[in-house]
Design a protein around this ligand. Sequence first.
Ligand code: OOG
Ligand code: MG
Length: 269
Amino acid sequence: TPATDMRTTLGPADVQALTDRIEAAQKGATAIPKLTDDFPAMTLGDGYAVQMELLRRWRAEGRRQIGWKAGLTSQAKMVQMGVNVPTVGFLLADMARPEGSVIATQDLVHPRVECEVAFVLKTALGGRDCARADVLAATDFVVPAIEVIDSRFAGFKFDLPSVVADNSSSARYVTGGRALAPDALALDTLGVVLEKNGEPMAMGASAAVMGHPADGVALLVRVLAELGHALPAGSFVMSGGITEAIAVQPGDFVCARFQDLGSVAVRFG
Ligand code: OOG
Ligand code: MG
């Protein structure tokens, strides 16, 4: 399945019923079986139909969208999750948490942390042929981020249609460090170390994301173009975890140290 194959099989009633399941699991922080257990014919396009209905509902509730995230853009993440197609998810303003704050795990099922390069756009970006140079030209600055993912599927086990419907496991995100213009650093060879309670748990370089993190953003733009979306100026975009994700528990302290961009830290309570 290419990342942009949006063929669908589900009818509107099934999309509503599956969105109900995801919405309840996210709001209640409860684990549910993956959606393909009941709908084995679900496609990537069906997963996005559910995700877009979830986004529509939450925006109708007054929640504000700040941007998007790419997921499963590195080999480490694909191997860890057993899914070999990158995905996208939406980010709401109320998913953000301040650097140095305590993130409540009681609102989450089984959180994990990832280290990612985030992009903030100065101009709009869209189109089916978006490439690295388009992303770099549209970028105001990059900033280091920790993403807290939380699959709503039991055992953190899923397949491509299910994880896409679950908004690519989006839960929380934290930015910190320092913002730099994309031409002020070598964006593809950034070293990163992800620490938990002072111990290095994972390390890598930003090229792990499709060769260059801007390629992760370009992929996201192309997927969204297939879904009829473009990114407005000011969008906040996360390019995908560089290393595998690390599970966290109450009391854990996580610090992601990025070459040139500084560090981001957060605690779990
Ligand atoms: C899906 C989300 C992956 C990333 O950065 O690769 C993701 C998951 O692994 O649960 O956010
Ligand atoms: Mg991520």
